[in-house]
Design a protein around this ligand. Structure first.
Ligand code: UDP
Ligand code: MG
Length: 328
């Protein structure tokens, strides 16, 4: 069991728990989010701060966040200089969060019910460093569900880290796990993979994923593919090893073919015809070579971006305990 430091921390106003939620054009869901979070905080004896990250929204989200954070010191708002995408916005939130015990990561559209915090926190008190949510059911389109289903299973099959099936970013992580993740400098971030990589004691918590409370999904298909790519290329050696294996297979096939051809020539004297077969083999192996180049290209690209060493995101403004800090 972990020590309960609640009372002294409350007196000092240092949050024990940070609830972290990235927001991108979430004007419609914002009032619902705040209402549910306020209710949750009012019902909890824990010292909680809410870290909201504006991921370069183009609607009223930053305005609403500002109004709220200037009135209510429990809300800690971070405004990014542009849209960086969900994973980087979340990384900005993890870096800003001050919770001394744990960070509770949710989506801003209430698909991850914040009311589960006490349950997750109970697991943390039992000694788990990571409590990740496992989706029992998804209320999304059939194509998206199939995509997710295949992606998680493929990743599990080829990854060198044990990444649990059907678990996204919705989770509670301890302060020390957050510290490690904040120190990881990787540029193409796949946070659920990084969280698994950190290790310590981890456990799943099954829940039913709700529908978006309002508005449309802010994840484009391109972004979803990007995320899947990051999972596969950053947490698996399979693609690059696959190329070598494809090469060995091609050489073996060619050798066998050579032996068969020679045998036919020597023992039966038949001449092999087959322009079509030749064409097929050429096209097939040109394809394999291009695929191989593409895979190498993907790794080179990743090295290229990482080697630039740019900051992951830029914070434009922060509001902490009703105080505005500008990045001048
Ligand atoms: N989000 C973000 N930046 C983006 C896209 C999304 O911060 O570029 C936020 C979004 O506001 C939401 C969360 O990430 O709080 C999850 O996004 P969304 O609900 O659109 O994704 P889905 O649940 O459809 O996969
Ligand atoms: Mg959503």
């Amino acid at each position: 069991m972990r020590n309960r430091t609640k009372i002294s921390l409350l007196a000092l106003k240092i949050p024990q728990i940070s609830i972290v939620a990235p927001l991108y054009n979430e004007t419609e869901s914002f009032p619902h989010l705040v209402e549910r979070l306020n209710k949750l905080m009012d019902s909890q004896p824990l010292a909680i701060e809410v870290v909201l990250i504006d991921d370069g929204s183009r609607d009223n989200t930053p305005l609403l966040m500002r109004q709220l954070a200037l009135l209510d010191p429990r809300y800690h708002c971070v405004f990014l200089s542009r849209n960086y995408g969900h994973q980087l916005a979340l990384s900005a939130g993890l870096a800003a969060a001050r919770g001394t015990e744990a960070l509770f990561i949710i989506d801003g559209d209430l698909q991850d019910p914040p009311e589960l915090l006490p349950e997750f926190y109970k697991k943390y008190q039992e000694g788990f460093d990571v409590v990740y949510a496992v989706r029992r059911k998804r209320k999304e389109s059939a194509i998206k569900r199939l995509g997710y289903y295949l992606f998680y299973r493929t990743l599990k099959a080829i990854s060198y880290v044990e990444i649990p099936l059907d678990s996204g970013d919705f989770s509670l992580i301890s302060r020390r796990v957050a510290d490690v993740m904040n120190q990881m400098p990787e540029e193409s971030r796949f946070l659920r993979g990084m969280r698994s990589w950190v290790g310590f004691k981890q456990t799943g918590y099954e829940y039913e994923r709700s529908e978006r409370v309002a508005g449309e999904s802010k994840y484009s298909f391109k972004q979803l593919f990007g995320l899947a790519y990051n999972g596969i290329f950053n947490f698996s050696e399979f693609p690059i090893q696959f190329m070598g294996r494809a090469g060995i297979t091609a050489i073996s096939v060619a050798l066998i073919y050579l032996v068969i051809t020679l045998a036919k020539r020597l023992f039966f004297g038949t001449v092999i015809e087959g322009f079509t077969a030749l064409l097929f083999v050429i096209v097939l192996f040109s394809g394999v070579q291009l695929l191989a180049l593409g895979i190498i290209g993907e790794y080179v690209l990743r090295i290229f971006f990482q080697s630039k060493g740019r900051p992951l995101f830029i914070v434009k403004e922060k509001i902490v305990e009703c105080q505005i800090t500008n990045n001048k």
